[in-house]
Design a protein around this ligand. Structure first.
Ligand code: NAP
Ligand code: GLV
Length: 320
């Protein structure tokens, strides 16, 4: 009984497998290269459990490649890279890594929000390009996140009020923001129970918010949830932040909205066709873009790797 680890994971995760006396093979040990599809299929045939990353598409072909497959342990909270319908039909359990990455991802959401609002990346580029010759009263002015001198509290709209959405809302208190949240019927009770958070229809949230932050999973219902219509509804001064999944946003529509001044700025950690982003976004100064590092702190990634290894061990031992 052994585990196919698709790509390298933090050492603690591998150590955890060893502690349990479990053998494993790493499909792609080179951090900078993806795992070839043929290697994924060959690997899954050789092992009983798959420990995957979000970079691998675990579709029906992969899941059906080995009738002895006991489980898929994804080292991510999002499982949109896995065909859950096929997994259920084939009786293959799927594991993920919720909770341990909530804080890190909520923090990064705020880093993007603040950087976009206060033009931090643009200012950094200005500085290192040697363009700072003279301080000026209107140099690189952004927008207030807190009430600032006007005293007007800003409104943060959170779309998808799960673990990360709620953690982002909690951090807004320090900025004295009004917080709106839209979510599913099932999450309504959680929104109502959260202090100082107002439940809101999606369309109303878009129209009322100064900052809109997305925290839904990628599903057929959320794919392109943010398209031309959504951006048109938002305030012209609005800042849009996405740390969920790229395809939740129609990236071409986002580029058009930013170029045409329909919204003011965006902070992005994820992309519709990851790892690529539409070239129109790359050239805009009002976009802060990161390479999907929401959960990327050393401690968090260690916890995710350990949790993914524990899930893999559980799949193997419960099959005995
Ligand atoms: P979660 O606790 O499951 O929260 C997701 C929330 O979205 C749930 O409350 C869910 O409602 C809600 N939702 C689902 N469909 C919706 C819809 N159509 N409209 C409105 N709300 C909807 O998950 P999480 O731990 O907060 O993570 C959220 C997502 O963030 C993950 O799925 C992943 O894609 C992404 N993520 C990205 C990074 C990164 O590195 N950038 C890191 C971690 C996570 P229910 O309560 O009814 O299910
Ligand atoms: C990261 O994007 C995750 O889903 O864990």
């Amino acid at each position: 009984m052994s585990v196919f680890v698709t790509r390298r994971i933090p050492q603690v995760g591998l150590d955890r497998l060893r502690e349990h006396g479990i053998e494993f093979e790493i499909g792609q040990p080179d951090d900078e290269r993806p795992l070839a599809r043929s290697s994924l299929l060959a690997g899954v045939r050789r092992h009983e459990v798959l420990l995957s990353l979000l970079t691998e598409r675990i579709d029906r072909e992969v899941l059906a490649a080995n009738p002895r497959l006991r489980g898929v342990s994804n080292m991510a909270v999002g499982v949109d890279n896995i065909d859950l319908v096929a997994a259920r039909e084939l009786g293959i359990p799927v594991g993920n890594t919720p909770d341990v990455l909530t804080s890190a991802t909520a923090d990064l959401t705020w880093a993007l929000l603040l950087a976009a609002a206060r033009r931090v990346v643009e200012a950094h580029a200005f500085m290192v390009a040697g363009r700072y010759d003279l301080w000026g009263p209107e140099l690189l002015c952004g927008v207030d996140v807190g009430p600032g001198v006007t005293g007007r509290r800003k409104t943060l709209g959170i779309v998808g009020f799960g673990r990360i959405g709620a953690a982002v809302a909690q951090r807004a208190r320090g900025f004295e923001m009004e917080v709106l949240a839209s979510g599913t019927e099932a999450s309504r009770a959680r929104i109502d129970a959260a202090p100082d958070v107002e439940a809101c229809r999606f369309e109303d949230l878009l129209e009322r918010s100064d900052f809109v932050s997305v925290h839904v999973p990628l599903t057929e219902a959320t794919r392109h949830m943010f398209g031309a219509d959504a951006f048109r509804r938002m305030k012209r001064q609005a800042v849009f932040v996405n740390t969920s999944r790229g395809p939740v946003v129609d990236e071409a529509a986002l580029a058009t909205a930013l170029t045409g001044g329909e919204i003011a700025a965006a902070g992005l950690d994820v992309y519709e066709h990851e790892p690529r982003m539409v070239p129109e976004l790359r050239d805009l100064t009002n976009v802060v873009c990161l390479p999907h590092i929401g959960s990327a702190t050393v401690d968090t990634r260690d916890r995710m790797a350990t949790m993914a290894a524990d899930n893999a061990v559980r799949f193997l031992t419960s099959a005995e």
